[in-house]
Design a protein around this ligand. Structure first.
Ligand SMILES: Cc1cc2nc3c(=O)[nH]c(=O)nc-3n(C[C@H](O)[C@H](O)[C@H](O)COP(=O)(O)OP(=O)(O)OC[C@H]3O[C@@H](n4cnc5c(N)ncnc54)[C@H](O)[C@@H]3O)c2cc1C
Length: 351
């Protein structure tokens, strides 16, 4: 059997974007992924370049956001379902001071392209005593739908194995890696928080941060075409369904919903909307977050055919297209990685 270029381990947003970057380069690959991590499947999918608590531009947003918009638009243009759409985010102000902070922020050159200076009233069943501000050019990606669509395509193409990757079955020869009955030139690990069980990369300082959403139904809210942000986000899913969250916790790092998150979110939702609703689901995932809050990309210090693409815990949807391209250029064009994302910054942890 012919040796393929890459084996991708893990199919969340990291696995999907690296697969697309490899395809652009006409590289051959297989994907192996299980359901042990749910981060991408439960993620809100909001592409918003502004941190709305302190009104700060997110890390590298001016580079990451334009590339993400082109990448996901092109991806969706080949599919006849709207997985990627422009959806405005409205920040509901909590006080007059908050409103003033928005006005000041929208006047700054850095934030000017992203914050509409006009204060708006919304005709929705939400508590908005201090009105709201619109973040410009925000988008929503139905990541679960997008992943499921591509998983089916890769499965039809015999490129997708829906199973656990068994690390001890990977055999490393000089120029080739063999796994079960196949051989590859490289393996790229895109396992999210699952990397903590990977014997080749478990030294990376990746800690999890659990996030939970409530899913609720409310025909009266009438917010089907925008995302609302107060302390938490209300994200429209269609058919009067909404996601509400997410929480942040360093405890119980698994995909099981918790009672404490339910209580926190129900209390917050009650303060945010002013209509009837019914909770229909609660979902959870573990964000792969890094100590310095930056992604981790690059080559294993000893096994030169092994790479990692991880640390997408914060704004992973916005960052993944740019970072997966950076990794592919690093592998095939020998271009260097930015120091702040390069795996080499953590070599001191490699025993
Ligand atoms: C509640 C929540 C809300 C979020 N909201 C947003 C948002 O609105 N916007 C945003 O930009 N980001 C958001 N994020 C963050 C971001 O989307 C995720 O952190 C990102 O999806 C991580 O993607 P990943 O591909 O690195 O990992 P994952 O999505 O975890 O994917 C890893 C895949 O690898 C598989 N895997 C792991 N180990 C193995 C193995 N040994 N064998 C086989 N398969 C394996 C896993 O099962 C999984 O399928 C959110 C995250 C959470 C949890």
């Amino acid at each position: 059997m012919k040796t393929k270029d890459v084996l991708i381990v893990g199919f969340g947003i990291a696995g999907l974007t690296i697969a697309k970057q490899l395809k652009k380069r006409k590289k051959s690959f297989d994907i192996i992924s299980d359901e042990s991590q749910q981060s991408s499947k439960v993620a809100g999918g909001v592409l918003n370049p502004v941190a709305l608590k302190r009104y700060k531009l997110a890390w590298k947003a001016d580079d990451l956001m334009p590339e993400a918009l082109i990448f996901y638009s092109q991806l969706n243009s080949k599919i006849d379902r709207p997985y990627f759409q422009k959806v405005p985010v409205f920040k509901l102000f909590s006080s007059v001071e908050d409103q003033n902070n928005w006005m000041v922020a929208s006047d700054q050159a850095k934030l000017d392209p992203y914050l509409n200076p006009q204060i708006k009233s919304l005709d929705l069943a939400a508590h908005t005593p201090f009105k709201s501000g619109e973040v410009l050019n925000t988008h929503l990606l139905d990541l679960k739908g997008m992943l499921s669509y591509h998983q089916s395509k890769y499965t039809e193409n015999n490129q997708f194995m829906s199973e656990r990757f068994e690390y001890d079955l990977l055999q490393i020869q000089d120029d080739i890696l063999s796994y079960k009955n196949s051989t590859y030139r490289r393996v790229i690990f895109c396992e999210g928080f699952g990397v903590t069980k990977n014997p080749f990369f478990n030294w990376l300082p990746l800690y999890g941060n659990k996030g939970e959403y409530l899913v609720f139904k409310s025909p009266d809210l009438s917010s089907n075409v925008c995302i609302l942000k107060s302390r938490h986000f209300i994200i429209p899913l269609g058919n009067d369904l909404y996601k509400f969250g997410a929480t942040y916790s360093r405890e119980q790092l698994n995909d099981l919903p918790t009672e404490s998150a339910k209580i926190e979110l129900e209390e917050s939702l009650g303060k945010m909307i002013d209509c009837n609703y019914e909770i229909v689901d609660q979902i959870a995932g573990v964000r792969p977050t890094v100590r310095d809050r930056k992604p981790i990309l690059g080559q294993h210090p000893e096994h030169s055919h092994m790479y990692v693409l991880n640390g997408f815990g914060s704004r992973g949807v916005m960052a993944a297209p740019y970072l997966s391209r950076s990794l592919v250029e690093n592998i095939y064009d020998s271009s260097s990685l930015d120091n702040e994302i390069d795996i080499t910054r953590f070599l001191k942890f490699y025993a």
